[in-house]
Design a protein around this ligand. Structure first.
Ligand SMILES: Cc1cc2nc3c(=O)[nH]c(=O)nc-3n(C[C@H](O)[C@H](O)[C@H](O)COP(=O)(O)O)c2cc1C
Length: 324
């Protein structure tokens, strides 16, 4: 199957994005996954904006790629994600991110955290399309039109009543595209993601809608595109569970034969992750990180399950290294 041309105005040239995942997809994971290939772009973990202009070091900590023209070593651009509800400070911080070299800005309207929601940021704003509009509009005013501006929405807070209104608010405020995680906040991360809703939002908007939620295989990708009508997708947990998922999808799109990575090819990536942390992170925290990744990998690789069992009781990476 070849990828059709979306009649919508496009500012994203290809169509697989790596999702932001706080505590999971950091710059190390982005480096590993984009080196495997298939990703058009990534979105950073969120920079939390409250009532002040944040110093450059905060942006550089969350997206160290800013020190490297805003791209991973493989050359994949990393959009900086901002989370907050104050239009003025969101605009000021977006401006700062751009000055620091961010190749794009994304605004998070999906974070379910109670703490964040209590401070009027993340998914709570899905209850108020006018507020979403004000935040996106203020940010658009400082983000030049040659720099992509997007917003990441869920379908709603506790129901889908405002799903389309929220998407229209983002569009009216001048965003270039919208990413929709096809669940409400109340849905959490429950499967199945509601791809049918993506179709309704896609049909109601003229800017591209990027489909997100439960794309864990090439088959899911094809089905999601068919149901949602969205050309572009964003992949979250599936990208961690199947490190070459974007490459598998790209090969399918281009009709190129591709042999999915084997466990023997995945295992060195775990070592690479651990070793890249050795200079700066405590040994036991590296061990936790390796186990965290193995929990995702267990879904596709039986060997990851065995490996997890072997290291379950070991906390130090120095010891885990020998087993890996
Ligand atoms: C551990 C974790 C951390 C996440 N962190 C963020 C984040 O920082 N910003 C954001 O917009 N979404 C975040 N998300 C949501 C994902 O980007 C994505 O929308 C969600 O996981 C659904 O996609 P999936 O089914 O492909 O995983 C996070 C999800 C998880 C599971």
């Amino acid at each position: 199957m070849t990828v059709g041309v979306n009649p919508k105005q496009r500012k994203i040239a290809m169509n697989i994005m790596l999702a932001p995942m706080e505590g999971v997809v950091d710059h190390r994971m982005r480096e590993i996954l984009t080196a495997i290939g298939g990703y058009h772009s990534c979105v950073s973990e969120f920079v939390r904006v409250t009532d002040s202009l944040l110093p450059a070091k905060v942006f550089r900590r969350i997206s160290p790629e800013l020190n490297d023209a805003g791209s991973t070593p493989a050359g994949t651009p990393v959009t900086v994600q901002l989370l907050g509800g104050n239009p003025e400070t969101m605009a000021a911080n977006a401006n700062k991110a751009i000055e620091l070299g961010a190749p794009g800005i994304d605004i998070n309207f999906g974070c379910p955290s109670r703490l964040v929601n209590r401070k009027a940021g993340g998914a709570i704003l899905l209850k108020n399309p006018a507020h979403i509009h004000d935040v996106v509009k203020a940010v658009r005013e400082v983000v030049a039109t040659d720099i992509p501006l997007s917003a990441k929405l869920r379908l709603g807070y506790d129901n889908t009543d405002l799903a389309i209104d929220n998407a229209l608010a983002v569009q009216a405020a001048g965003a270039d595209f919208i990413t929709v995680h096809a669940r409400t906040r109340a849905d959490g991360y429950k499967s199945p993601a509601r791809w049918g809703w993506l179709a309704r939002i896609n049909e109601s908007t003229h800017i591209p809608v990027v489909a997100n939620g439960d794309i864990n295989s090439v088959e899911d990708y094809l089905r999601c595109r068919q149901i949602s009508g969205c050309d572009d997708v964003m992949i979250g947990r599936g990208a961690i569970a199947t490190p070459d998922l974007a490459k598998q999808i790209r090969s399918q799109q281009q009709d190129i034969a591709y042999k999915p990575m084997t466990w023997d090819e995945i295992r060195p990536l775990l070592l690479q992750m651990g070793q890249s942390m050795e200079a700066t992170v405590k040994d036991k925290h590296i061990g936790m990180r390796i186990k965290q990744w193995l929990v995702y990998l267990k879904r596709d690789y039986i060997e990851a399950q065995r490996c997890f069992e072997n290291i379950r009781k070991i906390s130090s990476f120095s010891e885990i290294k020998n087993i890996l």
